[in-house]
Design a protein around this ligand. Structure first.
Ligand SMILES: NC(=O)C1=CN([C@@H]2O[C@H](COP(=O)(O)OP(=O)(O)OC[C@H]3O[C@@H](n4cnc5c(N)ncnc54)[C@H](OP(=O)(O)O)[C@@H]3O)[C@@H](O)[C@H]2O)C=CC1
Ligand SMILES: O=C(O)[C@@H]1CCC=N1
Length: 275
């Protein structure tokens, strides 16, 4: 059982909503309640429930201020470009002991600290939070104490695993685990298209690829073996897999991942600069 103090989520879309789902798990108690905000009623209605007070700014223009009053944790889940104006608008309503946590890519704790007087953390979760399998990077701002970091860790451990990192590493972490689910889903899409091209129905192709990914990942996780060794066990000398893997190697998969993560890192720098 995890007990957390009152929480406000400002911007409960894909990521804020995923964290919210962790807070609603049966083994989590949020004392003092959960308040969330979105701009539109359409979004607000999606997350409203017996344990969640949900404001739509289009109907309740001071919803953000109302949500953060009395909240011990304030999670900022709006798009990076909107973080500065959102923080500025709630700064006067924050409780003095509120811990402000942003999940925004690129936005630094220094920027956050210039807008609010409170301790701040940066977090980089990922959408498998919805199924309790997130990986969240957590970095402390200059004012945050060990107790603040522990509180942030407790929050994100409701949806998975937490790795504390210095802030200098959080953008790099984001290019791996923050964006990573998209890379995996893209692989699944393309692999499924290849299977369909081999004559399988979309349903059968989807099942073959999904179960192959799930089975391989469970084998990797439970065996504790090196992925290269597990690959070797599939790759019979002079067999079929060897030919397929050679094609992937010729396409420089390693270089492709390096270039993709470098591009994401570059974008995080642009976001930090307000672009
Ligand atoms: N998606 C992901 O995998 C990850 C995202 N992040 C970070 O999470 C943040 C949100 O991204 P994501 O969840 O994908 O985006 P979404 O667009 O899904 O969510 C943003 C939410 O913020 C709401 N919103 C916008 N403006 C305001 C405001 N002024 N006050 C209150 N709520 C507002 C929007 O409501 P409405 O739609 O009604 O306008 C929307 O529901 C970003 O900063 C991103 O960097 C971090 C890790 C992973
Ligand atoms: O694409 C983005 O900017 C966010 C951060 C990591 C995942 N989604």
């Amino acid at each position: 059982m995890t007990t957390l103090p009152s929480i406000a989520i400002i911007g409960a879309g894909a990521m804020g909503g995923a964290i919210l789902s962790g807070l609603l798990a049966p083994d989590v108690v949020v004392e003092g309640g959960i308040r969330v905000t979105n701009r539109t009623e359409a979004k607000a209605a999606l997350v409203r429930g017996p344990l969640v007070e949900s404001f739509a700014l289009e109907h309740t223009p001071d919803g953000n201020e109302r949500a953060v009053r009395g909240a011990r944790i304030v999670l900022i889940g709006v798009k990076p470009a909107m973080v500065p104006e959102t923080l500025a608008s709630i700064a006067g309503a924050l409780e003095p002991d509120a811990l402000v946590i942003s999940v925004a890519a690129g936005v630094t704790t220094q920027t956050m600290e210039s807008l609010v007087a409170n301790p701040v953390l940066r977090a980089m979760p990922n959408t498998p939070a919805i199924v309790g399998r997130a990986v969240t990077g957590l970095a402390a701002g200059a004012r945050a104490t060990e107790a603040d970091v522990a509180l942030g860790r407790a929050l994100f451990e409701t949806v998975g695993t937490v790795l504390e990192v210095p802030e200098s590493q959080i953008d790099a972490l984001s290019t791996v685990s923050g964006s990573g689910p998209a890379y995996v889903f893209y692989f699944v899409e393309e692999f499924t298209a290849a299977a369909t091209g081999l004559g399988f129905s979309p349903e059968d192709a989807g099942m073959l690829v999904r179960e192959t990914f799930l089975g391989a990942m469970q084998l990797l996780a439970s065996s504790g073996a090196d992925p290269a060794e597990l690959r070797r066990q599939v790759t019979s000398p002079k067999g079929t897999t060897e030919r397929a893997v050679a094609v992937l190697q010729d396409a420089d998969l390693e270089g492709l991942f390096a270039r993709a993560t470098a591009a994401a890192l570059e974008r995080a720098k642009e976001l930090a600069a307000g672009a």
